[in-house]
Write a protein that binds this ligand. Structure first.
Ligand code: HEC
Ligand code: HEC
Ligand code: HEC
Ligand code: HEC
Ligand code: HEC
Ligand code: HEC
Length: 462
């Protein structure tokens, strides 16, 4: 090309210049009208509206429009949620439309130490709503729907020991009493027929879990997991409990409150301190002090707490020791005594349980019910069994086995199947060998329990 007449290029330069101008303007426009900036301006307008003195108005006007973030090195997170959720710590914004509403419960979890995503999940560093809430492809942590938010509490608190997370506690209860451990390991304890569940909350969504519980084979063809017949409330609770299993590991500070003062901790103290030596519950225990079954009716909570701090201060001359409990322990014991009626005493006091009661507990703990049904009553289908039967009920084991034969059978199991090959159809359920996990003393109790399942009056029939 010749440079003799550069003027011929002018129109091209003008066009190019115009294009750059448009791009710059567009970028500026996009930046200036980002959603979070709108939200921050809305917040500033609201602050101006509320200002009643010139100084306050000046302060409000000078609130900078900028990204806000909480840096959480110990949690390896940077949360920018407060870029939009600006008023989370200001109670005067209670009930304000989102995202500018005040957040309840933050005094227990100051946001500068906890941020937001440790409870809500979502994408902490994002600054658009869809990205932040994690509803985008390639982000594996979508925000937890609020109705499952208690799933997050279990990372730092013991499920059963946090009165502020009742749904989580219920989920754990459903898990432990429906024999899931018969086939699944959680926290290292349980069978190997189904996958380990320690991280299942990270790989499965609430919808998947629900569908799977209703009908495992509908989402995993050929699944050997029996369909679960839960009430809607139990179904939501077990789903929540599964979502809580993320395998997240927390450092000391964050797990320092594993046990929130609760009835469960109180029950633990009650056993540990030997209260039962002087007091009875459910007709069992000592008689030096009064029976405690209905102490909640006789005494006000304040009285009980004062009494724990120093028995003599309310009952002069009392022989009950002053244990030197801290306030959290006083609260926990009081919770326990006030809620005795809601609790299963048989589970709470193992030393007083009969062999049959202990055996029942072992049956529950190892998840035998997952295959043999609640109380060994059967009714669990055995998918892929050639004859299409069910796993046997255990009601009549007493007729077919001696105690020694029974213990031997449970110890050895039957039809052990080796590593499952994913490409082949799932094998039928088999009876696992329990010798490696159940202690000999526990075996004896378990056998007593299984023999006790035989319906009463059965022998009179013939
Ligand atoms: C770009 C602004 C923006 C950011 C950043 C943002 N949010 Fe939101 N958030 C909103 C808006 C707007 C709403 C209300 C409308 C809606 O629910 O989408 C909302 C609603 C919510 C709700 C209530 C949802 C419901 O179901 O009622 C929760 C919980 C929430 N946000 C959590 C978070 C968390 C956690 C983060 C950080 C990971 C975050 N948000 C970051 C704008 C934002
Ligand atoms: C300790 C766990 C925890 C942390 C940390 C936490 N939240 Fe929440 N958040 C909850 C719970 C629980 C609820 C449900 C409260 C309720 O329904 O009473 C909730 C509710 C919300 C809601 C909906 C409130 C409503 O009334 O609908 C929003 C929005 C929200 N959180 C945003 C945030 C933001 C932003 C942060 C960080 C600044 C944050 N949360 C930090 C546990 C937490
Ligand atoms: C990342 C860890 C973590 C998560 C997640 C978490 N907590 Fe906490 N929680 C703590 C810590 C640590 C404390 C003690 C805070 C302190 O003393 O500064 C605490 C304190 C509490 C307390 C006050 C206990 C007391 O007696 O003072 C309650 C109640 C509570 N949490 C309930 C919940 C609920 C409900 C959830 C789920 C929505 C939850 N927590 C999620 C770590 C956590
Ligand atoms: C008789 C054995 C058996 C029992 C009892 C059982 N499961 Fe399963 N479970 C399986 C098998 C096998 C799989 C793998 C095939 C599938 O996905 O359905 C499985 C899969 C799962 C999965 C999906 C895991 C993943 O990572 O994909 C979850 C979640 C689950 N089970 C939870 C439970 C819960 C909770 C209970 C108790 C209510 C329970 N299971 C009882 C055998 C069982
Ligand atoms: C050495 C025996 C002894 C031990 C151990 C003991 N107590 Fe007592 N307790 C008593 C006696 C005696 C009384 C009745 C006098 C009084 O009110 O202090 C009593 C009273 C009580 C009361 C009030 C009952 C009422 O109806 O007025 C409560 C509650 C109580 N004890 C709980 C406990 C708990 C919980 C423990 C274990 C942490 C415990 N005690 C350990 C002897 C004991
Ligand atoms: C994964 C499913 C599964 C689990 C979990 C399981 N069983 Fe079994 N069990 C079976 C099957 C299948 C049989 C039938 C075995 C056969 O006869 O081939 C069986 C048989 C038995 C029998 C013999 C019944 C009879 O009538 O001969 C006893 C007793 C028994 N199981 C006890 C237990 C106990 C106790 C536990 C818990 C520690 C347990 N099982 C856990 C699947 C299971």
């Amino acid at each position: 090309m010749s440079l003799e007449n550069p003027r011929r290029l002018y129109p091209a330069f003008i066009l190019l210049g115009a294009a750059v101008c448009i791009l710059v303007a567009a970028a500026y426009y996009r930046d200036e009208f980002r959603q979070w900036k709108d939200i921050q301006r809305q917040f500033i307008r609201e602050e101006m509206r509320r200002a009643s003195t010139p100084q306050q108005r000046l302060l409000a006007r000078n609130i900078p429009v900028q990204i806000r973030q909480v840096v959480l090195p110990e949690l390896r997170r940077v949360d920018r949620c407060t870029t939009c959720h600006m008023a989370v710590e200001d109670p005067s914004y209670g009930g304000f439309p989102q995202p500018l509403a005040y957040h309840p419960l933050h005094d227990q979890h100051p946001f500068e130490r906890f941020g937001c995503t440790v409870c809500h999940r979502g994408q902490g560093h994002a600054t658009t709503t869809a990205d932040a809430h994690g509803h985008v492809p390639y982000w594996d942590q979508p925000m937890l729907p609020l109705r499952y938010i208690q799933a997050s509490c279990g990372q730092c608190h013991e499920a059963a020991d946090n009165p502020a997370a009742p749904e989580l506690a219920r989920g754990e209860q459903v898990f432990e009493s429906n024999g899931c451990r018969g086939c699944h390991k959680l926290g290292g304890v349980g069978g190997v027929i189904g996958p380990e569940l320690d991280r299942v909350g990270g790989r499965r969504s609430a919808d998947w879990l629900m569908a799977h519980f209703r009908s495992p084979a509908s989402v995993t063809p050929d699944s050997a997991m029996p369909p679960q017949k839960f009430s809607q409330a139990d179904l939501e609770a077990i789903t929540l409990f599964m979502l809580s299993q993320t395998g997240a590991s927390m450092t000391g500070f964050y797990t320092s409150m594993k046990v929130v003062p609760s009835a469960a901790q109180g029950r633990h103290l009650f056993q540990q301190k030997g209260c039962i030596g002087c007091h009875s519950l459910g007709g069992k225990g000592g008689s030096i002090g009064p029976a405690l079954d209905d102490v909640g009716m006789r005494r006000a909570p304040e009285w009980i707490m004062r009494h724990f701090r120093d028995p003599q201060s309310v009952t002069p001359g009392s022989v009950m020791p002053k244990f030197g409990f801290n306030e959290s322990e006083v609260l926990a014991l009081t919770e326990f005594l006030l809620h005795l009626r809601d609790q299963n005493l048989a589970l709470s006091l193992p030393s007083l349980m009969s062999p049959v009661e202990r055996g029942k507990e072992i049956f529950r703990k190892f998840g035998c019910a997952g295959c043999h049904g609640q109380d060994g009553k059967g009714g669990v289908p055995n998918p892929n069994a050639k004859t299409g039967e069910q796993v046997p009920a255990l009601l009549h084991v007493a007729d077919g086995y001696t105690r020694e034969e029974l213990v031997k059978f449970i110890t050895m199991g039957r039809h052990q199947v080796d590593a499952l090959d994913a490409k082949r159809p799932a094998p039928p359920l088999y009876m696992p060998a329990w010798g490696a996990v159940i202690e000999p003393a526990e075996m004896a109790d378990l056998a007593s329990y299984i023999f006790s399942l035989k319906p009463k009056g059965d022998d009179l029939g013939f």
